[in-house]
Design a protein around this ligand. Structure first.
Ligand SMILES: [Zn+2]
Ligand SMILES: [Zn+2]
Length: 347
């Protein structure tokens, strides 16, 4: 039996923290559950999952549908698309059976690439290599999740570059159904010819970019990493962009600031999945609205900056050991409310 290899290349950068990552995990499970009910898919489909953030790794090697167990997705800092593509190409080389004169190999693999941001590495070499050596040998469907996606880059990778925006209740479920339907359609068409067809796209849900916009939308969120002073465990604060209208008697002005969306406990493996350079950027705390509590110990604020430049939790004016540099720091309330710069993520 010839196999139809399906690769999911999933963006697990920090902007996916919380709901989005959970949705992607649930979505993958839903796709697998639905595919198992289809006899064509059950016979031919093999699935593999590659996750990428600051680094990229195969977290589920190519396995038949029946034996596939959806992996827990990691979270890390950075969106290293170039590294993800290199990992994918290596995986295609090693896992896909090629056709030789005396053996029928696998069907043309399908790759679903999901990303919600712009690359933080330089993916150009990988994109060129993809187009020169792999583009004809695999069907790549690149799905941008939301507005912050670099569609110009996705458009250079594949003509199947599309955007999904989760604007209404139930949209994500429809989207998952579409992915499932497109795998099923391809598993049926492989028996008939080498041409593969994608399932019809629900235009209310997805937009295909024939000419991807070259201008990107502004970043939709800012993320910051801190550590709990009591447990030393890391957490991630996420701020979403909010447009404010500032009006005085004389003029009107639109200011965009970032409002707290949530503070999430992180696993220590967050740092393994992060690109160390991802912490280079700075943001001024004055642009951020709202300070969350610590998700580990319940301390009043997770937004206290040590002199070492890292963030930690505190419960008010106090002396505490910084969980990063281990020094004793004393925090007092300062009269002036001047902002300070803190390192921010790039995912
Ligand atoms: Zn804490
Ligand atoms: Zn410190």
């Amino acid at each position: 039996m010839r196999r139809l290899p399906v690769f999911f290349v999933l963006d697990c950068s920090e902007s996916m923290v919380g709901d989005s990552l959970q949705k992607m995990e649930d979505g993958l499970q839903a796709i697998v559950r639905a595919l198992r009910t289809d006899p064509h898919a059950l016979e031919t489909v093999y699935i593999s999952v590659i996750a990428f953030a600051g680094v990229a790794k195969t977290i589920a090697p190519l396995v038949e549908l029946v034996s596939f167990y959806p992996p827990k997705l990691p979270l890390g800092g950075g969106t290293s698309l170039g590294v993800a593509l290199e990992t994918l190409m290596a995986e295609l080389d090693s896992s896909v059976v090629k056709t030789t004169p005396d053996r029928k190999g696998d069907w043309k693999p399908i790759v679903y690439l999901f990303t919600d941001g712009r690359p933080t590495d330089n993916p150009n070499t990988a994109i060129d290599r993809w187009n020169a050596k792999y583009a004809k040998k695999a069907t790549l469907i690149a799905v941008g999740l939301g507005q912050s996606v670099d569609f110009e880059t996705l458009g250079r990778l594949t003509e199947n570059a599309m955007m999904f925006e989760d604007s209404q209740e139930g949209d994500f479920k429809k989207f998952i159904n579409w992915v499932t339907a497109s795998v099923v359609a391809q598993s049926k068409s492989v028996g008939e010819s080498d041409a593969q067809s994608l399932a019809n796209i629900d235009a209310s849900l997805m937009r295909i970019f024939k000419n991807p916009p070259s201008k990107q939308a502004d970043e939709a969120c800012i993320t910051l990493v801190g550590r709990c002073q009591k447990t030393r465990k890391p957490y991630l604060m996420k701020y979403d962009r909010a447009i404010q209208n500032v009006a005085t008697q004389d003029f009107k002005l639109q200011v965009s600031r970032f409002e707290i969306a949530g503070c999430y406990p992180l696993e220590e493996d967050y740092f393994i999945w992060s690109d160390p350079r991802a912490m280079d950027l700075k943001v001024n705390s004055e642009d951020l609205i709202g300070t969350p509590g610590c998700p580990h110990c319940g301390n009043y604020t997770a937004f206290a900056a040590c002199g070492c430049g890292k963030l930690m939790c505190i419960n008010g004016p106090e002396e505490a050991f910084c969980p990063w540099c281990k020094k004793l720091v004393s925090f007092s309330f300062s009269g002036n409310d001047g902002g300070f710069d803190v390192g921010r993520g790039r995912g």
